[in-house]
Write a protein of this length. Structure first.
Length: 566
C-alpha cells in the first residue's frame, strides 16, 4: 500500500514535466564532458559606455576567512572548507557566489577580495566541487565581471580561471531545471561573452542571448511577474534584467540597441509588478518561497532602474486597476495576485496557480492565503521561508504555515521532498466586484478534490476603508466521510510584533508596534489561539501566535472573520 502511494506521488509529480527536463536530467547526470584547460591569449573587450553602479547587497565577509550567509557565520580554512559536508548546501553555494565583491563598502575589503579570488582558483580545481556547479558558477562569473567593470583589476590567473569557468558553464547549461537557474546561466554567458573578445566568447554570447530570447517571454508574464510567483525570485530576476541593461549600455558595440530596449522594457514592467508585491513597509509579501535579505529591496531596485533609464513604467497588459471610495485595487491577472489598498490598510491576496506546472519547486501549499498590513504594520502573514532542507522545509511549505484553510490536516497542494509537488491546487471562479463600501473578491480552488470527500474551499474577502471581512466555505462532494464531517480550519497567523491586549473565544483586541489598536471578531466559527512559526529570513524562525477558526455547519462548513480598524 505504501509503495503504491509513493508511486502515485511520483507519477503525479513527473507527469507535469517537459520532455526536455527528463532526458536532459539523464544527460546531465551521466554525460561527463572533459574541460580543455588550454586557453589562448586572452583579450578583453573595451567598454564603449559607462558601467553604472549596480545594487550593493549586504556585506558577507565579516573578517578574513570569516563569512556570514543566511544568518550563519563560519570560518573557512583550506581547500576542504569550500565543500565542507557539515555545512548546508545553500550556505556553501553562497560561499562560491562572491557577492561580497560588489556589496556595501566593498572597496574597504579590496585586499581580502584579491586574496579570496586567488584562493578560490588554487583550492577549487576545474570541474570539481560545489563551486563548479552551473548555478554558483553563473553567479560568480557575473560577480567577478561586475567587480572588474567597477574599476578593479583581475590578475592573470583569475582572468584565465574566469575564462575556463565560462567555457565549462557553456557545456553544463541547466536545461533539466529551466526556470530561474536557466536565466542565471544565460545571464552569465552573456556577461562572459561580452567581457572577453574571442571567437569562443562570441559563441557564449550567442548561446546566452538565444536562451534569453526564448525564456524571458515565457518566464516574465504579461503583468510583469516572474512565472514562479515568488516575490523573492521575482526581485532576483528583476535585478538580473537590470544588470543586463547595464551591460548593454556599457558594451553598446556588442549588445545592440534592440537588446537594451528589450531589457529596459522588461525591467520597467517587472518593477511595477514588484511594487505591488510589497507591503507598505517596502518589503515583500511571503507567497511561495520568500524571505527578506536575499533579494534587493524595492527602493534599491527603483534607484538602480532610474540610473539605467528603466524607471518610467508604461501600461502593461494583464493588469487591472480599479478604485472604490477610498480604496484602490490592482489585479495582476496573469500571476494571480490582487492588492487592495486604502490610506490605513493594504491586503495582498493569493488567487494564483502555485507556479508553472512543469516547475513548482519553489511553490508552497498557500492557495487563497493572504497578508494584511494596517497602519503601516504587518498584521496577518504567511509563515515565510527559513531553509531549503529537512523537516522544517516541509512544514514551511505546508498549508498549516499559511493564512488560509486546511482540511483534515492535508495540504491544498501535495508539496513533498524539498522542491516537489504532486497534485496541485488550481484557482476557480474568481470574481472581483466593486461595491458601495469597497471591493468583494471571491475565489475557490480544487486542491482538496483529491481527498476521498472531494471537497472545495472557497473564500471571499470584503474590504472597505475601515475593515476586512473574510468568509470561508467548504462544501461539495461527500460531506460525511466515515469519521464524520471533515475538520476544516482557517488560520490567521499574526506577525510576531502584534500583541493580543485582550480577548475571548470570538473577539480579540490587537495592538500593533506603533500602539495602534484594532479588533479581530469571529462572527461564525469556533475560534482559539495556537502557537505558530514565522520565518522572516533564512536561518531565523520566530514564535508567534495564530488565530484558528474551525469552520462549522451542517450541509456545508463556514466561518466569518472580521478585522476592524476604523
Amino acid at each position: 500500500m505504501r509503495s503504491a502511494k509513493k508511486a502515485l506521488l511520483y507519477w503525479n509529480t513527473l507527469r507535469y514535466l517537459k520532455p526536455i527536463q527528463i532526458y536532459r536530467r539523464f544527460w546531465f547526470r551521466y554525460y561527463q564532458p572533459s574541460l580543455n584547460c588550454d586557453v589562448p591569449q586572452i583579450h578583453l573587450a573595451k567598454p564603449k559606455g559607462i558601467w553604472r553602479r549596480p545594487v550593493a547587497h549586504s556585506q558577507s565577509i565579516i573578517e578574513k576567512n570569516t563569512f556570514r550567509f543566511l544568518n550563519q557565520t563560519q570560518e573557512i580554512f583550506g581547500a576542504d572548507g569550500w565543500n565542507d559536508p557539515k555545512l548546508p548546501k545553500l550556505w556553501l553555494y553562497n560561499l562560491h557566489y562572491f557577492d561580497d565583491l560588489n556589496a556595501q563598502k566593498a572597496s574597504d575589503r579590496l585586499e581580502w577580495h584579491h586574496q579570496l579570488m586567488a584562493l578560490w582558483v588554487a583550492e577549487n580545481p576545474p570541474t570539481r566541487g560545489n563551486g563548479w556547479e552551473p548555478y554558483p558558477s553563473s553567479l560568480r562569473i557575473v560577480n567577478w565581471i561586475k567587480w572588474s567593470l567597477a574599476g578593479n583589476k583581475l590578475g592573470a590567473v583569475e582572468t584565465k580561471s574566469l575564462y575556463l569557468q565560462a567555457r565549462w558553464l557553456a557545456m553544463r547549461v541547466e536545461w533539466h531545471l529551466l526556470g530561474n537557474h536557466l536565466l542565471a546561466n544565460a545571464k552569465a554567458l552573456v556577461f562572459a561573452g561580452t567581457f572577453f573578445d574571442s571567437d569562443e566568447s562570441r559563441a557564449w554570447l550567442i548561446l546566452g542571448r538565444k536562451i534569453l530570447e526564448g525564456q524571458i517571454p515565457e518566464q516574465i508574464l504579461a503583468d510583469g511577474v516572474h512565472f514562479e510567483r515568488s516575490p523573492m525570485y521575482h526581485a532576483i530576476i528583476l535585478e538580473d534584467v537590470l544588470d543586463l541593461a547595464n551591460l548593454a549600455q556599457t558594451f553598446s558595440d556588442k549588445l545592440d540597441s534592440n537588446f537594451l530596449a528589450s531589457m529596459r522594457t522588461v525591467g520597467k514592467n517587472m518593477l511595477l509588478a514588484y511594487e505591488k508585491l510589497n507591503h507598505p513597509d517596502g518589503k515583500i509579501a511571503f507567497f511561495n518561497d520568500a524571505a527578506l535579505e536575499i533579494a534587493a529591496s524595492l527602493s534599491q531596485l527603483s534607484d538602480y532602474a532610474q540610473s539605467l533609464g528603466a524607471d518610467d513604467v508604461s501600461r502593461m497588459s494583464g493588469v487591472e486597476c480599479q478604485h472604490s471610495n477610498e480604496l484602490s485595487l490592482v489585479h495582476l491577472g496573469e500571476a494571480g495576485y490582487i492588492r487592495i489598498q486604502s490610506n490605513d490598510a493594504c491586503a495582498i491576496l493569493d488567487v494564483a496557480e502555485i507556479g508553472p506546472d512543469y516547475l513548482p519547486g519553489h511553490a508552497h501549499a498557500d492557495s487563497l492565503s493572504f497578508e494584511l498590513s494596517v497602519f503601516g504594520e504587518r498584521l496577518i502573514v504567511n509563515g515565510g521561508t527559513s531553509t531549503y532542507a529537512g523537516g522544517l522545509r516541509s512544514y514551511e511549505r505546508s498549508t498549516k504555515s499559511h493564512s488560509t484553510v486546511e482540511i483534515d490536516g492535508e495540504d491544498s497542494s501535495e508539496v513533498w521532498g524539498h522542491f516537489r509537488v504532486a497534485n496541485r491546487a488550481a484557482p476557480l471562479d474568481l470574481s472581483v466586484i466593486n461595491t458601495k463600501q469597497g471591493f468583494e473578491i471571491s475565489c475557490a480552488h480544487n486542491g482538496y478534490q483529491r481527498l476521498i470527500s472531494r471537497l472545495m474551499h472557497s473564500r471571499t474577502w470584503n474590504m472597505s476603508a475601515k475593515d476586512l471581512v473574510v468568509n470561508d466555505r467548504v462544501n461539495g462532494g461527500d460531506m460525511k466521510p466515515p469519521n464524520g464531517l471533515p475538520r476544516s480550519v482557517a488560520r490567521y497567523i499574526l506577525h510576531p510584533s502584534v500583541k493580543i491586549s485582550s480577548g475571548n473565544a470570538n473577539y480579540w483586541e490587537l495592538q500593533l508596534p506603533n500602539q495602534r489598536l484594532l479588533q479581530l471578531i469571529v462572527h461564525s466559527g469556533n475560534a482559539y489561539l495556537e502557537k505558530s512559526v514565522y520565518a522572516p529570513e533564512f536561518g531565523i524562525s520566530q514564535e508567534t501566535q495564530c488565530v484558528v477558526v474551525e469552520l462549522v455547519g451542517n450541509g456545508s462548513l463556514g466561518s466569518r472573520v472580521q478585522f476592524q480598524w476604523g
